[in-house]
Design a binder for this molecule. Structure first.
Ligand code: SF4
Length: 187
């Protein structure tokens, strides 16, 4: 189809008339409304850092479909930082790693291993590092004291951990004999 100058001007006049009539005025998006239709709503808190921003979540047929800042929350009044805004992706992203992966020394490939295998590997590694770096005693002048510790292991807790998990984390660090225990929320 070819459009000559006359047709083009006629088309332009028609478009202007449509604008004048308001036919092409921008309409509010109804996508968010439809997405949450019939959803069960609940309130929760962002678990990324110790600010504790409030969030509202929506579940449709047992599936979490939305997380957003809670406008009624005293800490954040509906706002979220970039981490909180991206939280839904950490819950349901297809890119999320869901099984342990192992890369053998010298290999460029990651292979999937079972949770049992991963835990065994970790336990053996921690044990060997601890044994190889164990400090049983230390001298202070002529006197020797039992210290029973290792300086080769450090623990770093994450803000996603609950109080109870942090309690167990701290106990574990003490059992391994390290005093290097830090938490992300303090950094
Ligand atoms: S939204 Fe950001 S500032 Fe608020 S708790 Fe989460 S990570 Fe912390």
């Amino acid at each position: 189809m070819t459009v000559d100058r006359r047709d083009w001007l006629k088309g332009l006049a028609g478009t202007s008339a449509a604008f004048a009539a308001g036919d092409l005025l921008p309409q509010p998006s109804r996508a968010a409304e439809l997405k949450l239709a019939g959803a069960k709503e609940f309130t929760t808190a962002c678990n990324f850092c110790s600010c504790g921003c409030g969030m509202v979540g929506h579940v449709v047929q047992g599936k979490l479909v939305n997380l957003e800042g809670d406008p009624g929350h005293v800490v954040n009044e509906g706002a979220l930082c970039v981490k909180g805004t991206a939280m839904l992706a950490t819950h349901d992203s297809p890119q999320r790693v869901r099984t342990p992966k192992y890369r053998a020394p010298g290999s460029a490939e990651w292979t999937e291993i079972s949770w049992d295998e991963a835990l065994d590997k970790l336990a053996r590694k921690i044990q060997s590092v601890r044994d190889a770096n164990w400090v049983a005693t230390e001298k202070d002048g002529e006197q020797e004291f039992a210290v029973n510790r290792t300086d080769a292991i450090a623990f770093l807790g994450g803000a996603q951990s609950t109080n109870e998990e942090c309690y167990l984390w701290t106990k574990s660090a003490r059992l391994y004999g390290t005093s290097f225990l830090e938490h992300q929320a303090r950094l």
